[in-house]
Design a protein around this ligand. Sequence first.
Ligand code: ATP
Ligand code: MG
Length: 377
Amino acid sequence: MVRPLQTILDAVLDGVVVVDDAGRVELLNAEACRILETSSAHAQGVPIERVAGPDHALATVTGKVLDQLRPAIADEIAIERRFSGDLIADLAVAPLPEADGAGAVLVLRDRTIQNSLRETLSEREKLTSYGHIAAGIAHEVKNPLSGIRGAAELLELRAEDDRSRRTAGLIVREVDRISALVDELMVFARGEALDPQPVNVHQVLDEVLELIAADPLARETRIERIYDPSIPELMADASRLAQVFLNLGRNALQAFDEKGGELVVRTRVSLDRRVAASDGRMLPTIVVEVRDDGPGIPPEDLQRLATPFFTTKPDGTGLGLAVARHWVTQHGGTLDVRSSVGTGTTVRVTLPLERAAPNPTPEKSPTHHDSPREREG
Ligand SMILES: Nc1ncnc2c1ncn2[C@@H]1O[C@H](COP(=O)(O)OP(=O)(O)OP(=O)(O)O)[C@@H](O)[C@H]1O
Ligand SMILES: [Mg+2]
């Protein structure tokens, strides 16, 4: 049996495009259609420079190969796409022998996943080193703190005048504040494991948005939910996720001025942004976007957001985003912030869609989780 060439090419994981000696597309496989946002019907017979744009590396490299009949490669070429966002691909072009009708074969490898894996990896390394430092500090600080607190309590009890009592009480309260901060820092310490359960993300978001709406800062805030009803339950730690979205929602609220603003929470399933599971399987992702039309973040601040303790607020600790990113990373996901001054800020949380096993006993609530943990501060 001779299988059709198209069937074979469609099974290849790289994009493959065959052009004739004039650079017109003869054949392209499914991955090439995805990368170039086209279809066989559209692209066949069309010059490659019309598929990719005349000055595009895809066209120039192919032109050179057809001229010189020598193979060529180009690393990390940018492919602008109208619908699914731009991507980076490696390109290899080889001439086809004259005897077989001349032309060239182009192979395109999508680098997006590899690049995002690399970024995730270096982010993880960074967080791990913060974790080591934080765990060390927390440990050294916690012990003397409890000593100070105990001594201050004794002083408070034994104080003979009001002023001494108040001063001792102040020490106790301030020590508690440091303790809470240290606990928050401990989040980065390794060892705080997730407790994955079947989770309905929309339920988590609803609970968080209820808390956000009840915040006095939210008086003039309009909250919009755009939920994708096709999102199934996933395996995740609901209370940690709640913490993530609470931190993001609070940031949006705090960014608005007294006239308030619009907070949009949007969810969708994405097949385009897959992430690797711990066993190497590529999982589709769910994307939760928290968008505000607040003042936005200037570019010079945007670069510093990943650093714990970066804050522009007089009473901020600068841990909200770092903690959120930490828990998202622990879930195998990513968190990125896009912002432009004057337009607003969008924080995109991408989580691997590790599906929960279907629940055979529907009478038991499939999603049980604590109410979101509030951050003290
Ligand atoms: N939605 C947003 N709009 C504008 N600026 C933001 C937004 N989210 C974060 N930022 C900026 O990023 C900084 C860091 O945010 P992060 O949540 O980490 O700390 P924080 O809000 O300052 O303090 P806290 O620890 O109380 O959360 C903020 O101080 C603010 O300048
Ligand atoms: Mg914050």
